[in-house]
Design a binder for this molecule. Structure first.
Ligand SMILES: Cc1ncc(COP(=O)(O)O)c(C=O)c1O
Length: 370
């Protein structure tokens, strides 16, 4: 009898597996599906990035080193300086990652959170919890509610906390945190001796003003930032991101990562250099999300379904009547129930603006008649 790790055996199926099953059923019935479920961009990856990948494909690709190519670390540092005005040392303060997810998952192991708490706000991206559980940490959630602008109540961070995860712009609510929030959190981190892990996967998908980064606070010695090209450059399948943190943390990651083997392939790293150095394609991506948002917002408003937060990211966080997700599914429109992301998501529906503009227009017509 094969004995599976109890942490794995005890986990509920990743909620999106259930949405995928619903999608397959609809397709099998011949229903035309418009999928606002999973946050996987359908935007094309810019030709300059694809070209860079092809041009970098060697006759033989050796094992990539955990430290990554110096060119990529420099491109990431240059981007941090241009985008946030923060000088990060490419040598000692950056390590490339295989997208953000694996680095998020393993942080609790690297920092030894065993027996201490890993804290995050819910509704949430599920990986903070899973990483914490596999590391033997206690999971402690803080409700993110509208009355507090979807920011956690920092007074509720327990003693013996190892890591506090924050994710702004936030999946699923689209809320943005002001820099004062990060400053206050850093103050608590100093007092209570914990690390701030800031998942910044969505900082580049914004509509009015570019959101800040936790890197911008005065003392970032306790801050670990996770960045990725997945959403910024529509490169989910490439698997490319980076961690920016203190030399101590980066040294620990460089020691840990060769064992896991999660350095991005060098041809992906070379394409990533081009991606970080170009903002034109990111502006075009934002414009495409904005166009889709502009199609859906008026319909939702006319229906009286309030769109809350949703200032950035590719998500609309909508208060909709009970049974909305099921009624939409009957008409081929897939959206995520808010409670997929945690109990505080109840009563909300998340629309990921990933279908094409034409599909959004069709969905708007369906919504209108619902
Ligand atoms: C909040 C959040 N963080 C991190 C990620 C991971 O992104 P990736 O591993 O593709 O870089 C996602 C992906 O959906 C996300 O929603």
């Amino acid at each position: 009898m094969i004995s599976i790790a109890p942490t794995l055996a005890g986990m509920a199926s990743y909620p999106f597996v259930r949405l995928e099953e619903a999608r397959q059923e609809l397709l099998a019935r011949g229903v035309e599906v418009i999928d606002f479920g999973k946050g996987d961009p359908n935007e094309p990856t810019d030709p300059i990035i694809r070209r860079a990948l092809v041009d970098a494909l060697p006759e033989r690709a050796p094992y990539p080193l955990a430290a990554g190519l110096p060119e990529l670390r420099e491109a990431a540092a240059g981007w941090c300086l241009r985008r946030f005005g923060v000088a990060v040392d490419p040598e000692s303060e950056i390590v490339p990652t295989y997208g953000a997810k694996e680095a998020i998952f393993s942080l609790a192991q690297v920092l030894d959170a065993n027996g201490r708490s890993v804290v995050y706000g819910e509704p949430a991206y599920p990986v903070y919890e899973r990483g914490a559980l596999f590391a033997g940490a206690h999971v402690h959630t803080l409700p993110l509610v509208r009355e507090r602008d979807f920011l956690p109540d920092l007074d509720r961070i327990p003693a013996e906390t190892a890591i506090v995860w924050v994710n702004y712009p936030h999946n699923p609510t689209g809320a943005v945190a002001p820099i004062s929030f990060y400053e206050e959190l850093a103050q608590r981190a100093e007092e209570q001796d914990f690390i701030i892990a800031s998942d910044e996967a969505y900082t580049e998908l914004w509509f009015d003003e570019p959101p800040p980064s936790a890197l911008q606070i005065a003392d970032r010695s306790r801050v670990i930032v996770f960045q990725t090209l997945s959403k910024r450059s529509s490169m989910t399948g490439y698997r490319s991101g980076f961690v920016a943190a203190s030399p101590e943390v980066i040294a620990a990651l460089k020691a840990y990562r060769p064992t896991v083997g999660t350095a991005p392939q060098e041809f992906v790293q070379r394409a990533s250099v081009v991606a970080w150095n170009d903002e034109r394609h990111v502006e075009e991506t934002r414009a495409r999300y904005r166009a889709k948002r502009d199609v859906l917002l008026p319909v939702l408003e006319r229906k009286g379904w309030e769109v809350v937060a949703s200032e950035a990211t590719m998500y609309l966080w909508v208060i909709a009547p009970d049974g909305t997700v099921e009624r939409l599914l009957e008409r081929g429109v897939i959206a995520s129930p808010g409670e997929f992301f945690g109990p505080s998501g109840a009563g909300y529906v998340r629309f990921a603006l990933v279908p094409t503009l034409a599909e959004c227009e069709r969905a708007a017509a369906i919504l209108e008649e619902l």
